[in-house]
Design a binder for this molecule. Sequence first.
Ligand code: GAL
Length: 681
Amino acid sequence: MSTASWPLGVHGISYGADYNPEQWTPDVWRDDVRLMREANVDVVALGVFAWSSLEPRRGEYTWEWLDEVIDLLHDGGIRVALGTATASPPPWLTTQHPDILPLDREGRTLSPGGRQAYSVTHPAWREAALALATRIAQRYGRHPAIAAWHLDNEMAAHVSRDYSDAAAAAFQVWLRERYATVETLNEAWATTFWSQRYSDFAEVLPPRLAPTVTNPTHELDFRRFSSETWRRWCAELAQTVREHSQGVPITTNLVPMTGSDALDLFRWRDTLDFVAIDHYTIAADPDRHIELALVADLARGLALGAPWMLAEHAPSAVNWQPVNVPKSAGDSLLGTLAHVARGADAAMFFQWRQSLGGVERFHSAMVPHAGTNSVGWRRARELGGLIETLDEVRGSRVTARVAILWDYEAWWACELPSSPSSEVRYIDHLRALYSALWRQNVTVDVRHPSDDLADYAVVLVPTLTLADPATAATLSAAAGAGAQILVTYFSGIVDLDGRVVPGGYPGIFRDLLGIRVDEFAPLLAGEPVGMDDGSAGRLWSERIEVTDAEVLRRFTSGPVLGGAALTRRSVGRGAAWYLATRLDDDDLERLLLHLCSVAGVAADQPAPSGVETIVRRDADAEFVFVLNHTDAPQSVEVGGTDLLTGNVHGESSIVPAHHALVLRRPRGRSQEPPVRRRRDG
Ligand code: GAL
């Protein structure tokens, strides 16, 4: 990824939406451009789902309407992130090639009628989709309105894994690339177990529904393959449009929500010119603002700290939750600003004008069914005005002294069936650790284990079930240089082939941590364990033999009464800590605060409980985002000029309930954390 890439011709923090003019008549388009200008919209994602409107029959193109829309937008000064229109195959294609339809694990065909009904590995799909993308790129790639490419849409969102025959053939090719010989595959997959030895790659199928649980490494590799297949498809589309549009940056809207493990997004860094994500909050989640912050920090981690784009979020209600609650004014304002605070230099909605028909007719939009005399429109316009005040924030960076490791392969390995406890969910513990620091306003970078961790003062390693010895070496080097490393239960258990590292858990991290676990003792639901400092744990415990570490806490109840629950090994100028249970949230927060204080890490900008603070910095200034998620006004000990209002605050400021300040102050009043680098190679 080139970190310098950004949509062409935009200024300040961009504001916009998905725009689907094919659902409307030309008089509405004219009105749209007028209203976009009124709301300070400067960029729209166009044509994402327009295939059947652009190519109603194979090889028959109807460009005129899109020509007109692009010209109208251009004349109105609205920049275009142009779609490849490949996100949903038209009925003529699936009628001519029913075999491009994907299959689920149970062998059921995923029929047309929704969207993304294609097998990404199928040659007929690729041919038709690439032909369309080529024509679009040839026609519009040099149009002055084009700011960026928006490839396809939310790849893998609906079909993360395809079990069709086309996928089987592609899987076999991928396995041959990975293992070269079938013997190597047999070794990696431990196929002597249950008589699964293969004599040819052609015998290997996707892990379809079977009489019982399927081979774990087979499953792991199928997840790797599926993720990589989507990435290669993205790279192929990128190559296609790049040939016809020199210099136009390319992205796609990734979906790094904490519920989705479909794609190993860290591997997409080199495929895109800049990172763009979609993010939707779950109305029933009381901590949705923390989940939002985590995903935004993940986006920044994917972008290696460079600016990224929020390509979609909802102006208000969505249409796909059990009850689609509209956003409050506060949720809407704070939700947008929280992304910007964490490094987004563009905030876009799905979608511009609310559809009258189709599945998403009840999904909110900037221009709602009610028209401009509506809360939704007034809010959209007001937000556009506020975002315009943040122009000078663009390009400034967020830095952190704490990293939390996120690894999709470890996620997959952690949640494979037939493991010690199906209650151990990868994202649960990651989110718990992150939330504890969010509540203390400690800024966290989300990092991949292969990234450079050398400059962090604290590195958190939750549930990294699958790990590479190189990660142990990286962590050991970081600790040696002074970092406090915290590894948590069920980490370092299996190698990259999913095989258990023998000799006592956690094989990969045994030496780093100075411990050896001889038996897991996961806990049944509702079965807490106590510790000698009064804290409580759930979900997990284990029998630890300490080989080269001090025991900081012991279990005082449960299956390993008297055993170690928290250990610490000094490593160079730092230390490697190990936590053997899922601490209750308050206890976890206390532990992490202690770790931070040992490491000399504090909040960039302290604030009362429920007030989120994040600092973005450039060469001359700091921009302190203060987001009040509480029902009462709050006071923070920070002054500066509030960019949102122009008001100047002295040494402290009041932030109204469910409102925000973005305070600019000259650089240098607080200590600047070091800038991160990615580890090469
Ligand atoms: C996204 C998708 C959009 C729209 C939106 C509704 O996942 O990319 O096209 O469907 O959800 O929330």
